[in-house]
Design a protein around this ligand. Structure first.
Ligand SMILES: Cc1ncc(COP(=O)(O)O)c(C=O)c1O
Length: 427
C-alpha cells in the first residue's frame, strides 16, 4: 500500500489524465488488475464495470482467447512497418472487416485511434474531390451535438459549443453545422428534422466534400438516439447533391446498438466509415477507415497517385491479431440475443428512474442505458459514491450512462442499474 501511495503521488504530480487538470482534486483510482467485468483496485475493492473502458472492452478484461492470440502473435512479431511490407493479421482482419461491414465498402486504411481515423476519412473525401476536378469541395457538414475526436480535423466537426473544443475555434477549419434531429429512435422523421440539411445542401452543396455523422447514436455529445428514418433521408439527400457520406461508427460499431453496425438500423451504407474502440475488444489502440472502390480508385488514378497518409504504427500486428480474435468471438456468440437480453435488463432496471424528479429522460438502445438528469452531476461527489457502492460508472454533464461489457450476467447488470437508481434517489 505504501508503494501505491507513492505511485499515486507521482500520478498526481506529473501524469495528465483525459480532460482533466493536473491540479484537479477529483479522485483517480489505482487499478491492480481487471478480469471479466470486474476492475480490481489496489485497495482491494472490486468494481463492476459499467463503461467497457469507453465502449471498447466488449468481451470483458483478461479474455483468454484474445490473450492467447496476442501471446502467439508476439512470438512471430510485435510490430513491423507497413510501408512496403505486409502481414497475415492485417490481411485477415481486412477480409473479416469487409465481410461484416456494408457491401459497398471495399478497402481498409488502418490508423492508431478513432480521432485519427476521422481525420483520415476527411482527407480521403477531400482527396477524392480533388481527383475528380472538384477541389472547391473542402468543407464538411456535421450535426450539432456530434463528437468525432480530439485531433484538429476531428475537432473541427465536433459540436462547436458543447464539443469541448471552442477554445481552438480560430485555429480550426470552419465547418457547417446543422441541427441535431429531434425525432427519436423508433419514430418517423418530420420535415422540421430534415429541413436544416436540405437548406445547407442547397446553399453550400457545391463546396461540401462530405457529411460526417454518428449513425443512430450521438455519443459523447449527449447520448442521443435518433430516428433511422432520418438516416435514410440523409443518404438520399447526399446522393441527390453529390456529397459523400461518412459514418463514424467508432462508438456504435460491433453490435453495441443491437446491430453489428448502427447504420444497419436504417439499411443504408456510407461512402466512408470509421471504426475503432471495440475493434480490438478494447485490448490495443487500433482504428480503421473503410471506403468504396470508386473512392480509392479515383484517388489512386489522379495526381499525386497515392493517398497522403501513413502512420508509423499502421496496422500493428498485435492490434490486428487482437481485433481478428475479438470479431471472431463476437460472430461465434449469439450476439443479437445477448444484446437483446442486456437491452431488456437495462430498460427494466432503469425504469424506476423515470419516476424520479431528478430525472429528465431515460433512454435505452441495445447495450446502452442513459439517464438524463435535470441538473449536471458533481463528479467529485458522485464518482466516489459509485466506487463505494462497487461499480465503475463515469457520468458527464447531466448524463449517467452505462454500456457494460457484453459478457455481463443478469445479476451484475441489475447491480449496476440498482446502484444508479439508489444513488439518483438520494441526490
Ligand atoms: C463517435 C466517436 N468518434 C471518435 C472518437 C474518438 O476516438 P478516440 O478517442 O479513439 O480518438 C470517439 C471517442 O469517444 C467517439 O465516440
Amino acid at each position: 500500500m505504501q508503494n501505491i501511495e507513492h505511485l499515486l503521488k507521482i500520478d498526481k504530480d506529473s501524469v495528465w489524465h483525459p480532460y482533466s487538470a493536473m491540479t484537479s482534486d477529483l479522485p483517480v483510482y489505482h487499478v491492480d488488475s481487471a478480469d471479466g467485468v470486474r476492475i480490481k483496485l489496489s485497495d482491494g475493492r472490486e468494481l463492476i464495470d459499467g463503461m467497457s473502458s469507453w465502449w471498447s472492452v466488449i468481451h470483458g478484461y483478461n479474455q483468454p482467447e484474445i490473450n492467447h492470440a496476442l501471446e502467439n502473435q508476439m512470438k512471430s512479431m510485435a510490430h513491423v512497418m507497413f510501408g512496403g511490407l505486409t502481414h497475415t493479421p492485417a490481411i485477415e482482419l481486412t477480409e473479416k472487416l469487409l465481410s461484416i461491414t456494408p457491401e459497398q465498402l471495399d478497402a481498409v486504411f488502418y490508423s492508431d485511434s478513432g480521432s485519427v481515423s476521422v481525420d483520415v476519412a476527411m482527407k480521403m473525401a477531400i482527396q477524392y474531390w480533388h481527383a475528380k476536378g472538384e477541389a472547391q469541395r473542402q468543407r464538411f457538414i456535421s450535426l450539432r451535438h456530434g463528437y468525432h475526436g480530439d485531433t484538429f480535423g476531428a475537432m473541427s466537426v465536433c459540436d462547436p459549443e458543447t464539443g469541448m473544443h471552442n477554445l481552438f475555434s480560430e485555429a480550426m477549419p470552419k465547418q457547417l453545422f446543422i441541427e441535431q434531429p429531434q425525432c427519436r429512435f423508433g419514430e418517423e422523421c418530420s420535415e422540421d428534422d430534415i429541413a436544416p440539411l436540405k437548406k445547407a445542401l442547397v446553399e453550400h452543396g457545391e463546396h461540401i466534400a462530405a457529411l460526417i455523422m454518428e449513425p443512430i447514436v450521438q455519443g459523447a455529445g449527449g447520448m442521443w438516439f435518433y430516428s433511422a428514418d432520418y438516416l435514410k433521408q440523409v443518404r438520399e439527400l447526399c446522393n441527390q447533391h453529390n456529397v459523400l457520406l461518412i459514418f463514424d461508427e467508432i462508438a456504435t460499431g460491433f453490435a453495441r446498438t443491437g446491430k453489428m453496425f448502427a447504420c444497419e438500423h436504417a439499411n443504408v451504407a456510407p461512402d466512408i466509415m470509421c471504426v475503432g474502440k471495440a475493434l480490438t475488444g478494447g485490448y490495443l489502440s487500433l482504428a480503421a477507415t473503410l471506403t468504396t472502390k470508386e473512392i480509392h480508385e479515383t484517388i489512386d488514378n489522379a495526381e499525386p497517385g497515392v493517398f497522403m497518409h501513413g502512420p508509423t504504427f499502421m496496422a500493428n500486428p498485435l492490434a490486428c491479431a487482437a481485433a481478428l480474435t475479438s470479431i471472431r468471438l463476437l460472430l461465434q456468440s449469439d450476439w443479437q440475443e445477448n444484446i437483446n437480453r442486456i437491452e431488456q435488463g437495462l430498460a427494466q432496471g432503469l425504469l424506476p428512474c423515470r419516476k424520479l424528479s431528478q430525472v429528465n429522460d431515460v433512454r435505452v438502445l441495445g447495450a446502452i442505458g442513459v439517464v438524463e438528469l435535470v441538473e449536471p452531476v458533481d463528479m467529485k461527489d458522485i464518482v466516489p459514491q459509485f466506487v463505494d457502492a462497487g461499480v465503475w460508472i463515469r457520468p458527464f454533464g447531466k448524463l449517467i450512462y452505462i454500456m457494460p461489457p457484453y459478457i455481463i450476467n443478469d445479476d451484475d447488470l441489475s447491480f449496476l442499474t440498482n446502484t444508479i437508481v439508489k444513488i439518483i434517489s438520494n441526490m
